[in-house]
Design a binder for this molecule. Structure first.
Ligand SMILES: [Zn+2]
Length: 296
């Protein structure tokens, strides 16, 4: 038996003003009245003997009436408690919904701040990186794209134009964007040169949306700012924008102005590495000075 109903009847008797209980009490009272009225009528019609003859039945009826009243009161107690529980349940559900909305709001704030602070972002200043091209008959080729100019803007193979480069989870593999490795030694150790007599290594300035990975970036825009290349017997080392433009337009013609390689291959690699390291230092200084100028 449910424990909530017991021990509360006396409390109820003190508080009969509850609408549900009052109603039940009136019901009970009217059923007692109806009983007494019927007995009274019989008594009036057939005399007091009738009443005395059925004394046992009348007493039983009164006992049943008392039991009925008690059960009704217990039922009323339970009904009242159910109402209170129902109200409590609704209140808890509303509160839980409120707390869950709070979690969603906090989550939104955290995601927003993490994305702004650490994730894909529109970089107001160029981000520097390094990349490799192979030099073919018609020009400089990246892993997937023929670079016809020192400037390149990434597109996505899935056709979506907005927010290139896309998140790893929604695009690729490989994910879209122009790739550049953060550190020159990492690039040289990770990407072996296919043809040591026809290759280029460049310092690129990445801009627009730039996604940062552990060792590399993926960017919307890239601009070549310095290039070290070997074209047959000639070695190119330049950061001159006009020269760079000519190299990407027609590498064979542009290379004529550069000296023949007289040193051995190891020394050429070393000179390209030194040149690009120095260019990175120059451009990093330039970028940080510009950053400082705009700081409040
Ligand atoms: Zn994409």
């Amino acid at each position: 038996m449910c424990s909530v109903g017991y021990g509360r009847v006396s409390d109820l008797e003190n508080g009969l003003e509850h609408p549900l209980i009052s109603e039940l009490t009136v019901d009970t009272a009217s059923s007692v009245a109806q009983f007494s009225e019927t007995i009274g009528a019989l008594r009036h019609q057939f005399g007091t003997a009738v009443f005395e003859e059925f004394e046992i039945e009348i007493e039983s009826a009164r006992k049943l009436e008392a039991k009925a009243q008690q059960r009704r009161m217990r039922a009323a107690t339970l009904a009242k408690q159910i109402t209170m529980l129902q109200q409590e349940l609704e209140a808890f559900e509303q509160e839980a919904t409120g707390y869950e909305r709070g979690i969603q709001a906090l989550l939104g704030t955290v995601v927003d701040r993490v994305e702004r602070g650490y994730g894909p972002a529109w970089s107001p200043w160029p981000v520097l990186g390094f990349r490799v091209w192979s030099i073919k008959r018609n020009g400089l080729h990246g892993a997937w794209v023929h670079w016809r100019s020192t400037h390149l803007t990434a597109t996505c193979r899935n056709g979506r134009l907005e927010d290139v480069p896309h998140d790893n989870r929604t695009c690729g593999p490989p994910s879209c964007g122009i790739y550049a490795v953060k550190r020159l030694p990492v690039l040289l150790n990770s990407y072996p040169i296919e043809d040591p007599s026809h290759f280029a290594i460049g310092l690129v300035a990445l801009s627009g949306r730039v996604v940062e990975h552990t060792r590399a970036y993926r960017a919307l825009h890239a601009r070549v700012v310095a290039l070290g290349a070997v074209v047959g017997r000639r070695m190119i080392l330049t950061s001159d924008p006009q020269r760079l433009h000519e190299i990407f337009a027609d590498v064979d013609a542009a290379s004529i102005g550069f000296p023949d390689v007289t040193a051995n291959a190891g020394e050429v690699d070393e000179r390209i590495k030194d040149f690009l390291t120095e260019q990175e230092r120059i451009h990093t200084t330039w970028t940080s000075e510009n950053n400082n100028e705009s700081s409040p």
